[in-house]
Design a protein around this ligand. Structure first.
Ligand code: SF4
Length: 375
């Protein structure tokens, strides 16, 4: 398949690995801030193919995983109301809130529906004028533009029974928070290519300069990731710290101006809590005052809900790269994809789910190399 097969070529992967091995002289820790990249890394065994000196840390890049517990509880509260049709992408239905999840709300009679686009939810609102239709709008800069466009459309078409529960997050403030943490071990970043395809790369040079870290915009296929690692390691070995676009087939420096304009119109920057991490200043978006009528949090007065994270789940440490998923005591025993304690085990992009799915239970490196589908 075009754009897939050529980026999974084993011979090219070997050459990139040889180049990385020839370049590296000392230990380096790189963080990917994208759940899609995390899955690609674990699925293809890329972290185990790299020389021992290069460690990949799986950062807070899964949108489902970082959605805070209190937002899940707000969703559960809204979805339980008899007048509400609650619409969400399927991966949010099994994310545990305090005591239950959206599947259970549905089992108890709540009208919870899986949709494949926020526009599906808008159409449901048009067809059900006597009901309140709420869409669960979460995610990074990648899912925010279509959600913004849907709210814009709702206002334009006068669809007053549509609202959105918004919990959008932004990558650059998360990088800043990670680098400002006293326990930070990260020395370079693989920036998420799809985020940059929307936002461009303009937010990164200041971060690279201030924290003296290379930031390499990276794609998702095995060769993309190896190339991102190669460029980051090369910078680190040379003592450089610049922003480098290794995903130029999709990312322009200015990003997508139309999507950015839509974001600026519909959302405003706000402080946002990240699950397991806490509040990061200016790290999220909420609906701007112009669109407040479509803000479900405002409409259903659930702003006061506060929650406490379960103590046994260490996803906060996983999301900050301080712990590998299989190092959590509950991994694979108390916590499995069927009985998730934390969102990083629920989400298909979560690091804990990736380790469980691909049986990452401390395979010896040599054995992992044999098992890898890439090399
Ligand atoms: S394995 Fe489960 S309990 Fe442990 S950090 Fe991951 S999600 Fe939380």
């Amino acid at each position: 398949m075009k754009y897939i097969d050529e980026f999974q070529d084993p011979e090219l992967a070997r050459r990139l690995l040889d180049d990385i091995r020839a370049t590296v002289t000392r230990p380096w820790a790189l963080m990917e801030v994208c759940g899609g990249q995390t899955h690609s890394i674990i699925r293809h065994g890329i972290d185990q193919l790299l020389p021992d000196e290069v460690e990949l840390i799986h950062g807070p890049g899964c949108p489902v995983c970082v959605t805070p517990l209190e937002v899940i509880d707000k969703a559960l509260e809204i979805a339980s109301r008899p007048e509400v049709i609650f619409c969400s992408f399927g991966d949010m239905l099994r994310v545990p809130g305090t005591g239950r999840d959206l599947f259970q709300v549905r089992g108890e009679g709540g009208d919870v529906r899986v949709v494949y686009s926020p526009l599906d939810a808008l159409r449901i609102a048009q067809r059900n004028p006597d009901r309140e239709v709420v869409f669960f709008g979460i995610g990074f800069e990648t899912t925010a533009p279509p959600n913004a466009m849907t709210v814009h459309q709702a206002r334009k078409l006068g669809i007053g029974n549509f609202s959105m529960l918004v919990s959008h997050v932004r990558v650059p403030p998360a990088i800043e928070a990670i680098m400002s943490s006293p326990s930070c071990r990260v020395q370079g970043f693989l920036a998420a290519g799809h985020v940059c395809s929307v936002m461009g790369v303009g937010e990164y040079p200041e971060l690279a300069e201030r924290f003296r870290v290379p930031i390499v915009v990276t794609g998702f296929e095995p060769l993309d990731i190896l190339e991102g690692v190669r460029r980051a390691v090369r910078q680190l070995e040379r003592g450089e710290h610049t922003v480098d676009n290794a995903y130029a087939r999709a990312v322009r420096p200015e990003g997508n101006p139309a999507a950015r304009a839509m974001l600026e119109d519909v959302f405003e920057v706000t402080d946002r809590a990240w699950r397991g991490i806490g509040v990061i200043p200016d790290s999220g978006w909420r609906l701007s005052s112009k669109y407040r009528d479509h803000d479900a949090e405002h409409r259903f007065a659930v702003g006061g809900i506060r929650t406490v994270e379960p103590a046994e789940c260490r996803s906060g440490e996983v999301l900050q790269g301080l712990l590998k998923p299989h190092e959590c005591e509950a991994f694979g025993t108390l916590c499995t994809p069927r009985t998730p304690l934390g969102a990083t085990m629920v989400s298909s992009e979560g690091a804990c789910a990736a380790y469980y799915l691909y049986r990452r239970l401390d395979l010896p490196a040599a054995k992992a190399r044999e098992a890898s589908p890439v090399v």
